[in-house]
Design a protein around this ligand. Structure first.
Ligand SMILES: Nc1ncnc2c1ncn2[C@@H]1O[C@H](COP(=O)(O)OP(=O)(O)O)[C@@H](O)[C@H]1O
Ligand SMILES: [Mg+2]
Ligand SMILES: [Zn+2]
Length: 514
């Protein structure tokens, strides 16, 4: 007899419905799977067979054919185990078929019939809902994550026999009942706070500007000056994730299997700090079965690249597209996938190989050639996409010990949130702009007009510092954000004066003080 079960398969960060057809007929006993099944799917046969037997059902001594349709998409992962097992049992009339069309089914089977959680549940549930299913049967370990999606019944099960009984209507299981809005409201506080940072007021201020306008930022300073410490605290002053942002980011973590069981929805902005040995595929995503990379895991949060010059040049090159478009496209022979990747980039580096160029407490031991090589490692196009350049001087230890606690993240965040509200109003109706950092030169003309005093100041400052035309546009953008932070519609000369400070390094990135 032929049975059909609907399941789904993740492609990128979306899922597609897949029909599992199981045909069980008299003949030489065999078990074959067709329909572009990859490694783990082909291996599912052994798990399915053991799980059926160990759950106390007879395994048919017949010719079994499993077809996964549509045949043109690669089927990957272990989530097909449960639908295949239920399909076999349905073909043998052990499972009643009446309810099969109403439920989508996903889950991996252990040999004893236990149903193991799988990655990518969130997009699968969204796909099941969008194709009009009444419910979806998922591993109990995924139920909380799945229940974030509204307008579909999520049935969490622990064992194969529970799914059999539920579909045969001899066991009633209530749908998981989670209010996603409540989950979203359970915003966990961050473990770190800006009040931990002693002194460094100008760096904290620059990070506030970066957070307010979504500006990428480059921190240059000697080892131990607190660059990593400061960067880690940037998420704590960004506005809370909206529900839609939380869902977008959670989807990516779901696909990568990085959600822990207890948190169905990500409520904190991600902070990703990949090591400089990372490959280009690790950074932007890819692989045989394309998976999101670090830029996507940082979606709606922060990507921190520590020791920037240590990253391979080809790796930094691939950052261009996400920095420009807020997404990455990965082309494959069969298909093209797009992953979201909108983040604020924080990059940090030592001013020279030994770390002490421009440091008043230590002298630099690097040769000019060493420094030249070090500088050459930085990619120009990447630096071009970083609005704010900042020096982070070392705070002497006695000062760290004596300075009192700084302003906390909560009150900085309040200013950032107000500035973001102004930006939202400004860019209303513009599709691709969320923050000042994304303004094009044409937007700059419209939104950043200067009065004569400010214009004169800007011209004078640029001439004095020898800044380029490129720096001019950056300064306008940053001053727009600074004006927003102070609630000012117009850009005043004080805003320009502060913005110029964040481009001083254009003149010479490394040897300001030497
Ligand atoms: N301004 C500061 N206030 C408090 N602690 C600091 C400060 N700067 C540095 N530290 C301490 O020094 C450590 C090293 O800082 P780190 O962020 O790793 O420096 P970097 O990344 O610039 O090498 C931090 O973990 C922190 O304990
Ligand atoms: Mg560091
Ligand atoms: Zn040096």
């Amino acid at each position: 007899m032929l049975a059909k079960i609907i399941t789904s398969c993740v492609l990128g960060v979306e899922a597609l419905p897949v029909e599992v057809e199981v045909d069980v007929v008299f003949g030489l006993p065999s078990f074959s799977t067709v329909g572009l099944a990859e490694g783990a799917v082909r291996e599912s046969k052994d798990r399915v067979k053991a799980a059926i037997k160990n759950s106390g059902y007879p395994f048919p001594d017949k010719k079994i054919t499993v077809n996964l349709a549509p045949a043109d998409i690669k089927k990957v992962g272990t989530g097909f185990d449960l639908p295949i097992a239920l399909g076999i049992l349905a073909a043998e009339t052990i499972v009643a078929t009446k309810q099969l069309k109403d439920y989508s089914v996903v889950g991996e089977l252990a040999l004893d019939g236990f149903v193991r959680p799988i990655p990518g549940i969130l997009p699968m549930v969204i796909a099941a809902r969008d194709s009009g299913h009444k419910g979806i049967i998922v591993p109990e370990g995924n139920a909380e994550e799945a229940a974030v999606v509204k307008e579909i019944d999520v049935i969490g099960i622990r064992y194969l026999h529970q799914a059999v009984d539920f579909l045969s209507e001899t066991l009633s299981l209530p749908p998981s009942n989670i209010n996603p809005q409540v989950l979203h409201g359970n915003h966990k506080s961050y473990e770190v706070d800006f009040s931990d940072v002693k002194g460094q007021e100008h760096v904290k201020r620059a990070l506030e500007v970066a957070a307010a306008g979504g500006h990428n930022i480059l921190l240059t300073g000697p080892p131990g000056s607190g660059k990593t410490m400061l960067a880690r605290r940037l998420p704590t002053i960004l506005p809370d994730l909206t529900f839609d942002e939380a869902l977008e980011t959670t989807k990516i973590y779901s696909v990568c299997g990085l959600l822990n069981e207890r948190s169905g929805l990500m409520t904190q902005r991600p902070f990703r700090a990949p090591h400089h040995t990372i490959s280009d595929a690790g950074l932007i995503g890819g692989g045989n079965i394309p998976r999101p990379g670090e830029v996507s895991l940082a979606h709606n949060g922060i990507l921190f690249l520590d020791e920037l010059p240590e990253f391979k040049k080809n790796v930094l090159e691939v950052l261009r597209q996400p920095l420009e478009d807020g997404k990455v496209t990965i082309a494959r022979a069969s298909s093209t996938l797009t992953f979201p990747a909108r983040f604020v980039l924080v990059a940090a580096l030592n001013p020279c190989p030994c770390g002490h160029a421009g440091d008043s407490n230590h002298s630099c031991t690097c040769s000019p050639l060493q420094i030249k090589r070090y500088e050459d490692r930085l990619s120009g196009p990447l630096l071009d996409r970083i609005d704010i350049h900042l020096q982070v001087p070392a705070v002497p230890f006695h000062q760290v010990a004596s300075i009192e606690e700084g302003e906390n993240s909560k009150s900085i965040k309040e200013r950032v949130v107000s500035a973001r509200i102004l930006q939202r109003q400004r860019f209303q109706g513009k599709k691709k702009i969320y923050s000042n950092s994304q303004m094009s030169n044409r937007d700059l003309k419209k939104f950043c007009s200067l009065d004569t005093t400010s214009l004169n100041l800007l011209e004078k400052g640029m001439a004095q510092l020898g800044l380029s035309a490129r720096a001019y546009h950056r300064i306008l953008k940053i001053s727009r954000t600074i004006a927003d932070l102070s609630g000012s519609q117009t850009i005043k000369s004080a805003h320009i004066a502060e913005a110029i400070q964040y481009r001083r390094l254009d003149r010479n990135l490394f040897h300001q003080n030497s």
